[in-house]
Ligand binder design. Structure first.
Ligand code: NDP
Length: 363
């Protein structure tokens, strides 16, 4: 069933097929292989408190042979993101009714990259859908760094703005580090400020915000009841925005973490030891079935366009992991599209809400 989804390049029809998979109660629940988890990180906010997983459980003890007999369970990021957005909608109205404050997110876009414009549009729409106010500044490609810093400063001082994000990448004449450092740490909802990352890396310290994509990966695992304690995890990719913070988060979950990057010797061998793989590379179908330990859980962050003459757009999106092969070996996997992508935006909305609640001390 799951491998059928991979042959369908339409996001909406793929999502329609995923739902029954999520809801099925056969013996191939991913909990066969990763011990059922019920403990949520204490660093997560109140509305992430301990809750029963909405997804089916199974006490069946796993064996490698079992995992090769059926296809993996689909980890449905679209459905989980919808659930989270509904929770945010409720919380935003509760806040508005109680203290008259509406959370606000400001987005700064510089230049004319079509993909960036699409991401910004989607973020704006997502804000509207949960009742968060959005503020947008779109600047031309030749804007100076100083002008961007001035806009950041205005948003830093605007009490209606609780989260600020600068859409990356910036034009090459700008120093990304200078720009990101200018965002007030209390409004750094992307979580890229060095202080936030530093706190994420240190034991006993708490970041104000966790970067959205890796946070979404961990949240998916939580909501599917996957316990990571003592498990071997491999993160493929070490970028500042995904791979590195994902590895830090997994360590906080008491997983034993290896990081694979472009200079790693024998990446296949290292990856094959993992109970959990998070891949954030940007190479289509790089992780083959032979890289995967039977029964492993796979979170595929990669979004890669590949030519497809059967698609009206001439291309389709695939992940870093060869989905058809992985489905035969893994116990659970996120699809692309419909896995991590929707979670990233849901986490951005959540960080904005957390920020507004913290600023107003609203519980
Ligand atoms: P980057 O290009 O910043 O980082 C890629 C990482 O992959 C680097 O650490 C690089 O290693 C490593 N890498 C590259 N080639 C190989 C290889 N052959 N073997 C092992 N490691 C390799 O990418 P991002 O982290 O920004 O994004 C990664 C992917 O995730 C992309 O497809 C992107 O589109 C997607 N993405 C998806 C999001 C979502 O919401 N779903 C959000 C953000 C990104 P090295 O450090 O040695 O160069």
């Amino acid at each position: 069933m799951a491998s059928m989804v991979a042959t369908d390049s339409s996001p909406s029809s793929a999502a329609a097929r995923l739902l029954p998979v999520r809801l099925r109660t056969d013996a191939f629940s991913l909990r066969r292989l990763l011990h059922m988890g019920s403990t949520y990180s204490t660093t997560f906010p109140r509305y992430f408190a301990l809750r029963p997983s909405p997804f089916p459980t199974s006490p069946v003890v796993p064996t490698a042979a079992m995992a090769t007999e059926a296809s993996a369970e689909v980890i449905d990021g679209k459905a989980v993101a919808k659930q989270i957005r509904d929770e945010i909608t409720d919380e935003v109205s509760r806040m508005k009714e109680a203290i008259g404050v509406i959370p606000g997110l400001a987005v700064i876009l510089v230049g004319d990259r079509k993909d960036s414009a699409t991401y910004v549009r989607n973020k704006k729409k997502a804000c509207e859908s949960v009742g968060i106010n959005s503020f947008e500044v779109h600047l031309p490609e030749d804007t100076t760094e100083q002008e961007v810093l001035t806009h950041i400063s205005v948003f830093n001082d605007n009490p209606s703005v609780h989260g600020i994000l600068v859409q990356l990448p910036l034009p090459s004449h700008m120093n990304e580090q200078n720009v990101l450092n200018a965002i007030k740490i209390e409004k750094d909802v992307d979580g890229f400020h060095p202080l936030n990352i530093g706190r994420l890396a240190m034991r006993g310290r708490e970041p104000l915000f966790v970067p959205c994509t890796p946070k979404g990966c961990i949240e998916l695992l939580h909501r599917y009841g996957v316990s990571l304690k003592g498990k071997r995890a491999v993160v493929i990719g070490r970028s500042n925005i995904v791979g590195m913070p994902a590895a830090l988060l997994l360590q906080r979950e008491d997983a034993t973490v290896s990081v694979v990057h472009s200079r790693t010797n024998n990446p296949e061998e290292i990856t094959r030891q993992a109970d959990l793989i998070i891949s954030a590379v940007g190479q289509p179908n790089m992780v083959r079935g032979s890289w995967i330990k039977p029964g492993a859980v796979i979170i595929d962050v990669g979004i890669n366009p590949v030519d497809d003459i059967n698609s009206p757009r001439g291309y389709r999106l695939v992940g870093d992991v060869c989905y058809e092969e992985a489905c035969k070996v893994a116990s659970a996997i996120t699809p692309v599209p419909g896995g991590v992508g929707p979670m990233t935006i849901a986490m951005l909305l959540q960080n904005t809400l957390i920020s507004a609640e913290r600023i107003y001390n609203f519980h």
